[in-house]
Design a binder for this molecule. Structure first.
Ligand code: R5P
Length: 300
């Protein structure tokens, strides 16, 4: 097996390669003055099972284009199979038509990836549980909930309630409840403006406890979390923590969350966070061992 990494999350790729007792394969990625990329695989991949690790995050267009070229270079160089590890699959929130006339972005991404010859895909905590069935290739859908559960299981649990910041996350917190010995869970019902993405209204569905842990798939602007935290603190919570798989931290999210009334934000290394977007309340847990395990189980 040979493992190649795109440039989006080299730290995670190194951790996975090291867990597999391998070094990362050699790719040459050149960016021309007009920002076009040229990709060349240097190692001999003829007849090999290869793994490509690339996440998206704050620059999905850049990282997807790089990924498409990496996949093409490997296929043209004779790779036997390509296992694609995309810890965070960008464009997945546009997985259907919300309003007439819209593109289904996720469908476009899936069509391109499959046409480039991937054999299977490994990803984490999709926004919707329906996403795996949109692919024709096998999908190994992993979750950071086990990692979060082991953190929660170290805490004093009597005053904890798990909170989904929207109705779409109920399955997620119900699963986390199971993994944490049946912690109670509640949901916030929120309405978004589909043009601006702004949250228009939010109400709590269920009983708040002193310590609220908001669980989400992704943090982008952080507005969902700050609105949910205000609501919980105004309704009986005295401490709000967050556990979310993917930390994009778009725009001023890092500063807004650091200055918010949320006490701690735990994410995973599915997206590499540049130093300038890290903040003191942020804790990053690794999902590399889950990827290593999945690669071992699925190696030929
Ligand atoms: C929404 O349905 C998702 O689960 C997240 O809550 C949302 O995408 C987070 O976005 P933001 O951080 O911009 O509020």
């Amino acid at each position: 097996m040979l493992i190649f990494s795109g440039s989006s999350n080299r730290d995670l790729s190194e951790r996975v390669a090291s867990g597999m007792n391998l070094s990362l394969g050699n790719l040459e990625v050149v960016t021309f003055p007009d920002n076009e990329n040229r990709v060349r695989v240097i190692d001999n991949v003829l007849g090999e099972d290869v793994v490509v690790i690339q996440s998206t995050g704050i620059s999905p267009n850049l990282y997807y284009m790089e990924l498409f070229l990496i996949l093409d270079s490997l296929k043209r160089s004779g790779a036997k199979s390509i296992t694609l590890v995309v810890p965070y699959l960008g464009y997945q929130r546009q997985d259907h038509i919300f309003r007439d006339g819209e593109a289904v972005s996720l469908d476009v991404i899936i069509k391109i990836l499959e046409s480039l010859g991937i054999s299977r895909i490994i990803s984490f905590d999709f926004h919707s549980i329906k996403i795996p069935q949109l692919f024709k290739v096998p999908v190994i859908h992993l979750s950071a909930l086990d990692v979060f559960a082991s953190e929660i299981n170290k805490m004093e649990k009597s005053d904890i309630v798990l909170v989904s910041p929207d109705m779409g996350g109920i399955a997620r917190i119900s699963k986390l409840s199971e993994l944490t010995g049946g912690l109670p869970f509640i949901s916030i019902v929120k309405d978004r403006d589909l043009d601006t993405g702004d949250i228009q209204s939010a109400v709590i569905n269920g009983s708040v406890k002193k310590k609220a842990i908001i669980v989400d798939d992704v943090i982008s602007t952080g507005k969902t979390l700050t609105a949910a935290s205000d609501l919980l603190l105004n309704n009986g919570a005295t401490q709000v923590m967050v556990m979310a798989t993917h930390g994009i931290f778009a725009r001023t999210a890092s500063v807004d969350l650091e200055n918010s009334n949320i006490s701690k934000i735990t994410i995973t290394d599915s997206i590499q966070i540049p130093e300038k977007r890290k903040f003191s309340k942020l804790e990053v847990l690794s999902i590399s061992s889950q990827i290593v395990e999945a690669l071992r189980e699925n190696s030929h």
